[in-house]
Design a protein around this ligand. Sequence first.
Ligand SMILES: Nc1ncnc2c1ncn2[C@@H]1O[C@H](COP(=O)(O)OP(=O)(O)OP(=O)(O)O)[C@@H](O)[C@H]1O
Ligand SMILES: Nc1ccn([C@@H]2O[C@H](COP(=O)(O)O)[C@@H](O)[C@H]2O)c(=O)n1
Length: 248
Amino acid sequence: MSATPAAVIVAIDGPSGTGKSSTSKAVAARLGLRYLDTGAQYRAMTWWMLNNGIDVSDPSEIAAAADKPAIVSGTDPQAPGISADGADASVPIRSQEVTAAVSAVSAVPEVRTRITDLQRTIAAGTQEPGDAGTGIVVEGRDIGTTVLPDADLKVFLTASPEARAARRSGELKSADGKAHADLAATQQALAARDKADSSRKTSPLKKAGDAVEVDTTELTLEQVIECVVTLVEKASADKAGRMEKAAR
Ligand SMILES: Nc1ncnc2c1ncn2[C@@H]1O[C@H](COP(=O)(O)OP(=O)(O)OP(=O)(O)O)[C@@H](O)[C@H]1O
Ligand SMILES: Nc1ccn([C@@H]2O[C@H](COP(=O)(O)O)[C@@H](O)[C@H]2O)c(=O)n1
């Protein structure tokens, strides 16, 4: 087996609140990989549409506007950043308004084609020799099934609805300091978004057949990170071994 790890492409998918972002960022930072938050790209597209008078309840209006905004994603796991038409979208894409509209926008095929092209270009850039050639962790809903079906490692994170709602409620509380988060309402909102994301026609949320499923319900975030780091290290060493063999 080779001593030099290869630049891997890692796909991390799963429903909302399973820990995709937290895990992917930490794994990428620990292993010196780039990081891509594909949910942020759909959110930035949605934010731009809401700001530009697009009726997000009308799929034909969404489709007609899908190629208009320039969506630029950062890939530094410590500070990813995202902009739409040059405007910093990092904070506003997390608003309730965007969260409520994003599933409808992301279900439109023209939006998916546009964003999928961006994602593939960014991932391919991390396979070039030089500074960028460090590999990448890409997280979302359809990365292992559609965007990067040849990824070196696919992970599908799950957690019980109760655990996911409790995590999200904790987040809401710490964001405004008030103990207002209604667990049942949070659980309902997560279930509604998952249902929309799993039942759309184009590229629904789905586990790839060759993905490693990790149920995070009973695991701490640190345990999930360690588990995925181990999987990535193995995938990277295996890839390096294959490359070395092919070069002989
Ligand atoms: N294993 C875990 N144990 C406890 N809390 C966790 C765990 N994993 C993630 N969290 C917390 O749960 C919340 C949601 O995590 P995160 O945003 O990473 O999920 P996500 O799958 O990316 O969600 P979404 O798809 O909605 O963006 C965060 O506050 C995070 O710190
Ligand atoms: N690969 C993806 C990633 C995300 N989406 C859509 O974006 C929404 C927001 O995602 P977050 O991870 O930021 O919560 C999500 O609910 C999906 O509608 C997607 O379609 N494909």
